[in-house]
Design a protein around this ligand. Structure first.
Ligand code: NDP
Length: 477
C-alpha cells in the first residue's frame, strides 16, 4: 500500500503534523534529512496510525500515491529551496509539493512560478498554532492552485481545528496568498499581544495591582467579549509563581521581547503597499525598543511625571475602562490587518474571502477568539466593507467605548506609562473619522518647496501656486 501523503522535515512541527495525519486515518510516508528523527517517530508513536518510514528521497517519493502530495516542514529559507530541489526532479506532472513552513510569501510566489513551469503544483501554506496546534488541529491557510486544493484540501481539512463543525482550513487563494495571510495573522498576533501587555502595565502602574490580581482581571475579561486564547494564557502567565524565587514569574523574566520576523515582514509589506497598519508597526517597534538594553540604560534617569496612582471613583472605574480601551484597540488592529490582506489581494491578484479568513482563525491558531465570529459575520453581511470599524456591531461597540478609551490613553500619558498600541489605535480612529486632515497643509508645504502640486476641493485638476509671485519672501543667499 502506498501513502496518502508524505512529510519531510520531522522536527517538532513536522512530527506533530505527521502524527495528526496518521491519527486521522491517513497513511503517512516519513522522511527527514537525518535518519534519527524518522526512526524516533516510528519508535515512539508508530502505534498511532499508519506510518511508512523512508530513508532516501527516491524511497520517499516512491512511497506516495499519485498525484503525490508531499509536505515540507523544514527551516524556512534556503533549507526549503534545498529540499524542493532534492525532490522536484523525482516528481511527475500533477504532483503537489506543500511548504508548510513559515516562508515569506514572495519566496512562495517565486517557487510556485518555477515549479508550475515544471508541471508541478506548489502550495505554500500557513500553519498556526505551534506544536500543540500541529498535533491537535491547527489553523491551516493553503495557497496554490485551485486544482491542487481538490486533492489536498480534504486531507488538510481533516486535520485542522474545527469550530462549530467547520474546519479551520480554506483555500485562501493562488500562489503566495496562504503565506501572506499567515504573515498578517502573525502581525495581528503581535498587535494583540502588545495591547494585552499594555493593559497589564496600566493596571499595575495606575492601580498598583499585583500580577496575581491582574490575572484575575484577565480571567473575568475572558468570560466576556474579549474571550480568546491570548487572554486566557495571559492570565495563566500572570498567575504563575517562579519556583526558584517565589516571586511572580513575570517579574523574573528579562523585559526584552524577541521576534522571529513575521511581524517585521508584515510591517515591511505594509509600507510597500501603503497600508497604515500602525498597530502592528507599533507592536513590532515596541519589541525592538525593549531589546535596546544599552539605549534604555542610558535614558533611565530621564524625568517623568510624579506618579500619583489613581484613587476613588477613577480607580473603581479604571479596570473596566481598560477593558473597553483594549476592545476598541483590538478592533482597530484587526481592521488594519484585514485591510492589509485586501491590499495584498489587490496587488497580487488574489481574490481573498475575508469572511472565510476570519472563520479559519476562529480555532487552532494563536489569535483564536470569540471576536472572530463577529468579524466573519461583518464580512458576510457586507462583502465590500471598507473597514470593520463601520460595520454594525463593531461601530456601536467602539463608539460606546470611546470615552473610556480616551480616558485610559490620557491617564497613561499623565502617569508616564507608555501605551503605543492604545495610542496609535485611537489616533487611527480619530484620523479615519476626521472631516479634514492636516494633510492639506502637508500638500501646501510640498508645493511650496518642491512644486509638487496639489488638488483642490472646489475644482478638478492639478494645481501649483507661483509662491514667489504671490509674495514668497526673498531667500537669503
Ligand atoms: P526547525 O525550523 O527547527 O527545522 C528543523 C528541521 O529542518 C529538521 O527536520 C531539519 O532536519 C530540517 N532541515 C534544516 N535544514 C535542512 C536542510 N538544509 N535540508 C534538509 N532539511 C533541513 O523545525 P520546526 O519544526 O520548529 O519548524 C518547521 C517549520 O515550521 C519552520 O519553517 C517554522 O518556521 C515553521 N513553523 C514553526 C512553528 C513552531 O511553533 N515551531 C509554528 C508554525 C510554523 P535535521 O533533523 O536533519 O536537522
Amino acid at each position: 500500500k502506498k501513502a496518502d501523503i508524505g512529510v519531510t522535515g520531522l522536527a517538532v512541527m513536522g512530527r506533530n503534523l505527521a502524527r495528526n495525519l496518521a491519527r486521522h486515518g491517513h497513511a503517512v510516508a516519513l522522511h527527514n534529512r537525518s535518519e534519527t528523527r524518522t526512526r524516533e517517530l516510528v519508535e515512539q508513536f508508530g502505534d498511532e496510525g499508519e506510518f511508512l518510514p523512508t530513508y532516501s528521497a527516491r524511497e520517499f517519493v516512491d512511497a506516495l500515491e499519485r498525484p503525490r502530495k508531499l509536505v515540507i516542514m523544514v527551516k524556512a529559507g534556503e533549507p526549503t529551496d534545498a529540499v524542493i530541489e532534492e525532490f522536484a526532479p523525482l516528481l511527475e506532472p500533477g504532483d503537489v509539493i506543500v511548504d508548510a513552513g513559515n516562508a515569506h510569501f514572495a519566496d512562495t510566489r517565486r517557487r510556485e512560478a518555477a515549479l508550475r513551469e515544471r508541471g508541478l503544483h506548489f502550495v505554500g501554506t500557513g500553519v498556526s498554532g505551534g506544536e500543540e496546534g500541529a498535533l491537535h488541529g491547527p489553523s491551516i491557510m493553503p495557497g496554490g492552485s485551485a486544482e491542487s486544493y481538490e486533492s489536498l484540501g480534504p486531507l488538510l481539512e481533516s486535520i485542522s481545528a474545527k469550530v462549530d463543525g467547520d474546519p479551520c482550513c480554506t483555500h485562501v487563494g493562488p500562489d503566495g496568498a496562504g503565506h501572506f495571510v499567515k504573515m498578517v495573522h502573525n502581525g495581528i498576533e503581535y498587535s494583540d499581544m502588545q495591547l494585552i501587555a499594555e493593559s497589564f502595565d496600566l493596571l499595575r502602574g495606575a492601580l498598583g495591582y499585583e500580577p496575581a490580581q491582574i490575572a484575575d482581571v484577565f480571567r473575568t475579561w475572558n468570560s466576556g467579549r474579549l474571550e480568546s486564547y491570548l487572554i486566557e494564557i495571559t492570565a495563566e502567565v500572570l498567575g504563575h509563581t517562579d519556583a526558584a524565587t517565589g516571586k511572580p514569574f513575570v517579574d523574573v523574566v528579562a523585559d526584552q521581547a524577541e521576534q522571529k520576523g513575521t511581524g517585521r515582514w508584515t510591517v515591511q509589506i505594509g509600507l510597500d503597499l501603503g497600508q497604515p497598519i500602525t498597530g502592528i508597526a507599533e507592536a513590532t517597534f515596541a519589541r525592538s525598543l525593549s531589546g535596546h538594553a544599552d539605549l534604555r540604560a542610558s535614558a533611565r534617569g530621564l524625568a517623568g511625571p510624579t506618579r500619583a496612582p489613581l484613587s476613588g471613583s477613577d480607580a473603581d472605574r479604571f479596570a473596566d475602562d481598560v477593558e473597553q480601551a483594549l476592545y476598541a484597540s483590538k478592533v482597530v488592529a484587526y481592521a488594519q490587518g484585514f485591510n492589509q490582506i485586501l491590499a495584498g489581494g489587490a496587488e497580487y491578484g488574489w481574490d481573498i474571502d475575508l469572511g472565510a479568513v476570519a472563520s479559519i482563525w476562529r480555532g487552532g491558531c494563536i489569535i483564536r477568539a470569540r471576536f472572530l465570529n463577529d468579524i466573519r459575520a461583518a464580512y458576510e453581511a457586507e462583502p465590500g466593507l471598507q473597514t470593520l470599524l463601520t460595520s454594525g456591531g463593531f461601530r456601536k461597540a467602539v463608539e460606546d467605548a470611546q470615552d473610556a478609551w480616551r480616558s485610559v490613553v490620557s491617564t497613561a500619558v499623565r502617569l508616564g506609562i507608555p501605551t503605543p498600541g492604545f495610542s496609535t489605535a485611537l489616533a487611527y480612529y480619530d484620523a479615519l473619522r476626521a472631516e479634514r486632515l492636516p494633510a492639506a497643509l502637508v500638500q501646501g508645504q510640498r508645493d511650496y518647496f518642491g512644486a509638487h502640486t496639489y488638488r483642490r476641493v472646489d475644482r478638478e485638476g492639478v494645481f501649483h501656486t507661483e509662491w514667489a509671485a504671490e509674495g514668497r519672501p526673498e531667500r537669503s543667499a
